[in-house]
Design a protein around this ligand. Structure first.
Ligand code: TRP
Length: 332
């Protein structure tokens, strides 16, 4: 076995309940990476407030995401789990990086264009500079690899460009990060619309399976999931719905989509969906058991988040000291 110990950083916004797409597209991979990497996994609450959040729900969701990180198998003994707003250096570096980022670069970000359309009543400056805060998250920790879904690749590339420009202007300071894109499962699609990513902000909950859905809800959502025309259980470009469902099956069973196709050869949609539902339920039930135990003990999660923030600050503060000096901010 080859140990790499590359430093990696990733984060999820505490905007709502986590779903199977978050798990299969990100967290499952993070759990694997914790074995061979020095990982920091963040709950990015400052990113969440770029769209309106109910204050009383935001704090609750932040805690819930932390609990789900643990229930999914992230091990606080091996990785640093923390809340973005607990490490003040994120906003400080973001401000400095704002002055190294071009308006045109931010205008080209597809997520900004999408969100500005979705939230046309609240196109705030934070939504526009969101990728700069994300660059700060990454660059504060000397991050080498950023495990993200392919929708975030553009943001990581911007972080690279910002770091390179900073280094050119002020001298070698920041580590240039690389996106680590997972091949299969990087994008789990909506159950009701396989052309769009599974999303907690979709118009109907039939779009996603929440990690906290009970068995009955899972079965009913999968029964309702759209399929493609034809009768065979096969993947492919003309079968977006089946490809998505087969991918979910394969990832949860630790097998390949090809192997799943042969397993379902000669079987119908009903049999496929019912076996898929069993697979999802078998995965979720133990996870929810773990979650219940974690929730029953709120002090534990608070301790983990405090320790995470303390460890993160150590790295972040050292980076900021260098950055301040390079930029020429007066030290006293
Ligand atoms: N923008 C990411 C998303 O919406 C979340 C995020 C914020 C992130 N900061 C990050 C991901 C740093 C990776 C690294 O999914």
């Amino acid at each position: 076995m080859c140990y790499v110990y590359m430093r990696i950083f990733s984060g999820i916004q505490p905007t709502n309940i986590l779903h199977l797409g978050n798990y299969l597209g990100a967290i499952q991979n993070w759990v694997r990476l914790q074995e061979t990497h020095e990982a920091l996994y963040c709950i990015v609450d400052l990113h969440a407030i770029t769209v309106r959040q109910k204050p009383e729900e935001l704090a609750q969701n932040t805690r819930r995401v932390a609990e789900l990180y643990l229930a999914c198998g992230l091990d606080p003994e091996r990785v640093t789990i923390f809340v973005q707003s607990h490490v003040r250096e994120h906003t400080e570096l973001a401000w400095i990086l704002n002055t190294v980022t071009k308006m045109g670069e931010l205008e080209r970000m597809t997520q900004f264009k999408d969100k500005a359309t979705q939230h046309s009543e609240n196109i705030n400056a934070g939504l526009f500079t969101y990728p700069v805060l994300m660059a700060a998250d990454i660059l504060l920790y000397g991050t080498e690899g950023v495990p993200v879904g392919d929708d975030q690749k553009q943001h990581v590339e911007l972080a690279r460009n910002i770091a390179e420009r900073f280094n050119k202007w002020f001298g070698e300071t920041l580590v240039i990060p690389k996106p680590l894109i997972q091949e299969e499962g990087a994008r789990i699609m909506g159950l009701d619309d396989p052309t769009k990513k599974m999303s907690k902000s979709a118009p109907t909950p039939n779009n996603y399976i929440a990690l906290t859905d009970d068995a009955e809800t899972v079965r009913s959502k999968l029964k309702r999931a759209v399929t493609d025309s034809g009768t065979e259980i096969v993947s492919g470009a003309t079968k977006p719905a089946l490809t998505n469902l087969l991918t979910i099956y394969a990832l949860l069973r630790n097998t390949t989509v090809k192997a799943a196709e042969s397993h379902f050869e000669g079987k119908g949609y009903a049999a496929f969906k019912s076996e898929l539902a069993d697979t999802v339920v078998d995965f979720l039930m133990p996870l929810q058991e773990r979650l219940k135990k974690i929730e029953a003990n709120p002090k534990t999660i608070e301790k983990i988040l405090k320790k995470g923030a303390k460890d993160a600050v150590k790295i972040a503060a050292a980076t900021m000291e260098k950055v301040r000096e390079r930029v020429g901010l007066l030290a006293i």
